[in-house]
Structure formats: structure tokens, C-alpha cells
Design a protein around this ligand. Structure first.
Ligand SMILES: O=C(O)CCC(=O)C(=O)O
Ligand SMILES: [Fe+2]
Length: 287
């Protein structure tokens, strides 16, 4: 088999206790060539980087544009010679998302936040009142969404996003995961046995990208193609985000089955409390 030889660029981090090569871990920039967008991958530990590099050498590769990365990072970028680099984020995200690429416009990003952010967010949310107007508890920020009317307008504006939500909204925007800064966030709490029925998020209410951050328990979100009945299960792990654009946003339904365990790739996963934060940009009818 013919393996292409390409380059990986990493930003450097001068920690004395680790060697030069190991010090390159903190921010790794990957390029999704077909869409010309970039994402930042943070690796908590050197070992994770090593694993990533190992798997990178085994998949199809492309090179990164050093100049562009320097522009994005504003940091000194050091060229790290390795044999190859993954470019297809649909393949490199994690072992759990092997079917994600079957849904056009669907993207799964593990470890979007770290454990301390994760715990901090749960604390913040549990300090706020939960609404019980659905089967599961919810909180609305930015705009209060009317599930029955499937409508949103300026009268539903309930204030600016709180800081923790705004920070995340900017992080999503700065990573080019969404093309405007989200201004509406719905928090859903799922206890074991609770789910969300199959739906497409309101098309006239929200723009073309929906992003959900998961906290607490992992669970399976099913994507169903109504014209073929094809069903793609995607495991949403805590700290990950799932991004719905294009067909994933407009053509496929998504749902979470109301059950107490999930089975994913042969493993039974017991559900615990899960909290999701769904970020959207509201479309307001122009007057
Ligand atoms: O819980 C989630 O991750 C998704 C929630 C959702 O699909 C919605 O609120 O429309
Ligand atoms: Fe949804």
C-alpha cells in the first residue's frame, strides 16, 4: 500500500519536564479541506497525542497550510515531521462516531470541553430554576421557545445569554462550527428512561446549524432518514458536541429513545442523568 508522506504542524509548549517532541501537544490544528474550515483539538495528555499520531499514520493524509495556522493561532508554530496527518475529521474524531459520516452535515467532536468546565456547567445549571412544562426538565436562555407554536419572535427574548453560555457560543463560533454567534440555548435534562421524540428542529425559527453539548451520562442519539428509514445511532459522550448542518439539520430526524440503557457496538451502557445544551441562532422575521 502506498502511503503519502505529509506534515503535521503543532504549536509548541515549553514545559521543561518533557522533551521537545512531547512539548508539542497543547493545540493541534486540523483542517477540513473540503470546507476550508478549521478546528482546534486540545489534547489533555501527551499520550493522547501519541495515540492520535499513531492512528494518523494509518489513514489517508493531507498537509496543512502553515501560514494559515499561524494566522489562526497567533503563536509560534513549529513544524513537526511525522509521516502523515489525518485530514478527514469524519474519520479522526473518535472510535464512537464511525457511522457519523453517513449523514451529510453531521459532525461529532469529542472532548470539546474539559472535565472542570463540564463540572462547572452542571453546577451553574443546577443553580438555575428548571421548567417542568415537558416530560423532561428544561431551561431556556436568550429566547423562550414555544414548542407548540414552533415560533420565535422578539417578544420571546428573555435577555442576554449568561456568561458561561456566551463563552461557549463564542468558542463554537471561533472554531467555525457555526457561522453566527448563537443567541439561544435550550438545556434539556434526561433522567434514565427519558428521551426526546423524533424531530427536525424548527426550520423557520433557527438558522442552518444546531449544536448540542453533552454533560453527564452518555446516550445514543438516533438519526433517521424519513425517506429510506435508515437509522444511524451516534453515541454522544459527555463533553462532546454534535453539530447538525445540511442534511443532518434539514433532512434527517433526530431522537433519543426513552430507555434506561443503550447498546452501542455490542456494549451495554447504563444511562445516568444527562444534560444537553443546544445552541442555535434565532431567525427573526424582518419587519
Ligand atoms: O439532547 C440533545 O442533545 C438534543 C436536544 C434536541 O434535539 C432539541 O432540543 O431539539
Ligand atoms: Fe433537536
Amino acid at each position: 500500500m502506498n502511503k503519502k508522506k505529509n506534515k503535521l504542524f503543532c504549536s509548541t509548549n515549553s514545559k521543561e519536564s518533557i522533551n521537545q517532541e512531547e512539548s508539542t501537544q497543547l493545540e493541534l490544528f486540523s483542517q477540513t479541506t473540503e470546507k476550508n474550515t478549521y478546528s482546534v483539538v486540545n489534547f489533555g495528555e501527551i499520550s493522547k497525542l501519541k495515540q492520535k499520531l499513531q492512528s494518523a499514520t494509518e489513514s489517508n493524509q493531507t498537509s496543512l497550510n502553515q501560514q494559515t495556522i499561524q494566522q489562526i493561532s497567533g503563536q509560534e508554530i513549529q513544524k513537526l515531521e511525522i509521516t502523515s496527518f489525518f485530514h478527514d475529521t469524519r474519520k479522526e474524531n473518535s472510535d464512537t462516531d464511525c457511522e457519523v459520516h453517513k449523514v451529510t452535515g453531521l459532525k461529532y467532536i469529542p472532548e470539546f470541553i474539559d472535565q472542570s468546565e463540564h463540572n462547572y456547567l452542571i453546577k451553574q445549571l443546577d443553580n438555575q430554576p428548571w421548567l417542568s412544562d415537558l416530560k423532561r426538565r428544561v431551561q431556556h436562555y436568550g429566547y423562550k421557545y414555544n414548542y407548540k407554536a414552533r415560533k420565535i419572535d422578539t417578544s420571546m427574548h428573555i435577555g442576554a445569554l449568561p456568561d458561561w453560555a456566551l463563552d461557549l457560543a463564542y468558542k463554537l463560533y471561533n472554531n467555525n462550527f457555526i457561522d453566527s454567534i448563537p443567541d439561544q440555548v435550550i438545556i434539556n435534562e434526561y433522567l434514565p428512561g427519558q428521551g426526546i421524540s423524533s424531530h427536525i428542529d424548527c426550520v423557520p425559527c433557527f438558522s442552518n446549524t444546531i449544536i448540542s453539548l453533552s454533560l453527564g451520562s452518555a446516550c445514543i442519539m438516533d438519526f433517521t432518514n424519513p425517506s429510506t428509514d435508515e437509522k444511524i445511532p451516534v453515541l454522544l459522550e459527555p463533553k462532546s458536541i454534535v453539530i447538525l448542518k445540511e442534511d443532518a439539520r434539514y433532512k434527517w430526524n433526530h431522537s433519543i429513545a426513552a430507555r434506561k440503557t443503550d447498546k452501542f457496538q455490542g456494549t451495554v451502557i447504563k444511562r445516568e442523568r444527562r444534560i444537553s445544551l443546544t445552541f442555535r441562532k434565532v431567525i427573526l422575521a424582518s419587519s
